[in-house]
Design a protein around this ligand. Structure first.
Ligand SMILES: [Zn+2]
Length: 399
């Protein structure tokens, strides 16, 4: 029964039968995504998943190892998160997808009843270059970051891991080269990514699970177009834009995003993989991206920094030692509603766990609120002027 456990009735997507099982391709795929407003290239919409609706643009907090670091699922709901990210690579090695399935799937395991998107593991395998051993048409061999043993991922294994985790959105295993690789390597990545997507398209999925393919091609417009055309022909539920935000300069990356989005169908969700700074998020939304994820809010918290509407604050700075103000005026998060910058600075300096938690809660709330405000601006038809004003403020006061 692993992986086919029935969902509780309240979680049943409307296309599922009474056992909670979705007949593959028995529903029109477009039912899973609706665009509700447009403003230029920017869109607002709703992604329907087996665990509820996700309003887009959507920021997805990263819970790589089945936890958004130091944040409780109830807190995630309260912060406004509707979807979080898990990772097939990490969960495959620790604790293993079989165990997670035995315990009722990833939602039950981590106590989160909202939507979950799982990344395929492609980014981890290919971005940790010194652990990569060999790539061939069948799959990829690499050293596990956990114990250094030689391991192998294939498209079939990645799909199976995600089926057993029972995430709401599964990503295809792709080949994600770092920035600046020679063109033949980029071209080979595009070729294999398509061939692998073709092998994954009709593999078994968890009940109601959507499957997104990932376009590659780096900054090369022709390769990006080829990758997109080939994957769109296979008709997935949505598309990731991969292979960007991997170390290239920002302007060419934004330019490539405009192009990459233009090659994708209007009616399907678009997911920019790995961007989470306020400027990056708003710039990709402006280019027609619907979903994105980044470890930035929690990673920034671990360095003692807060994202605010007036730019980034490094709480280690002595100027906050007696600062009684909240991190960000008007922010309703648990940190800002009760604690001063001075107190949080003290916690950070003493490496107290509460300091990390408060900064994580605040940073997540800041990004989730920013994206919610972006959605409202799109609905009002004022996105571009709102974005310019938000970015001007975020750059901080003129020195
Ligand atoms: Zn706050």
């Amino acid at each position: 029964m692993r992986g086919s456990r029935a969902l509780p009735a309240r979680d049943l997507p409307r296309w599922a039968n009474e056992n909670g099982v979705a007949p593959v391709y028995a529903r029109p795929v477009s039912e899973s995504f609706t665009i509700t407003a447009r403003d230029g290239a920017a869109r607002a919409g709703v992604l329907r998943t087996a665990h509820g609706e996700v309003r887009t643009p959507a920021f997805m907090p990263v819970g790589t190892k089945a936890t958004v670091k130091s944040v409780d699922p109830d807190e995630l709901h309260a912060l406004g998160a509707e979807i979080v990210l898990g990772n097939a690579y990490h969960l495959h090695f620790r604790p293993g997808e079989e165990l997670v399935a035995e315990l009722g799937g990833l939602h039950a395991f981590m106590g989160w009843d909202g939507a979950i998107l799982t990344d395929s593991g492609g980014f981890q395998v290919f971005s940790l270059r010194d652990t990569l051993l060999a790539t061939d048409d069948d799959g990829v061999t690499f050293r596990s970051v956990y114990d250094g043993t030689s391991e192998r991922f294939t498209p079939e294994l990645s799909a199976r891991v995600q089926e057993l985790l029972a995430s709401d959105v599964a990503m295809c295993l792709d080949i994600c080269p770092p920035a600046g690789v020679p063109r033949p390597e980029l071209e080979e990545a595009v070729r294999r990514t398509t061939a692998w997507a073709e092998r994954q398209r009709d593999l078994p999925r968890a009940a109601g699970q959507l499957r997104f393919a990932i376009t590659q091609g780096g900054l090369d417009g022709e390769l990006r177009r080829r990758s997109s055309v080939e994957l769109v022909a296979l008709d997935f539920d949505g598309y990731g834009i991969g292979g960007l935000s991997v170390g290239e300069h920002r302007e060419p990356m934004f330019q490539a995003t405009t192009e990459a989005a233009s090659f994708l169908p209007e009616e399907k969700p678009r997911y920019f993989m790995g961007i989470g700074d306020p400027e990056g998020v708003l710039e990709v939304v402006a280019r027609g991206v619907d979903m994105f994820d980044c470890v930035l809010p929690t990673r920034t918290a671990r360095t003692g920094s807060a994202l605010t509407s007036e730019g980034r604050l490094n709480l280690r700075n002595a100027r906050f030692a007696a600062d009684e103000r909240p991190l960000d005026d008007g922010c309703p998060c648990p940190a800002c509603s009760r604690f001063s910058r001075a107190y949080i600075r003290h916690l950070v300096n003493q490496q107290e766990i509460l300091g990390l938690r408060l900064l994580s809660l605040h940073n997540l709330r800041f990004l989730l609120d920013l994206v919610a405000a972006a959605r409202q601006a799109i609905e009002r038809g004022e996105f571009l002027t709102w974005k310019d004003e938000a970015l001007r403020r975020a750059k901080g006061p003129d020195e």
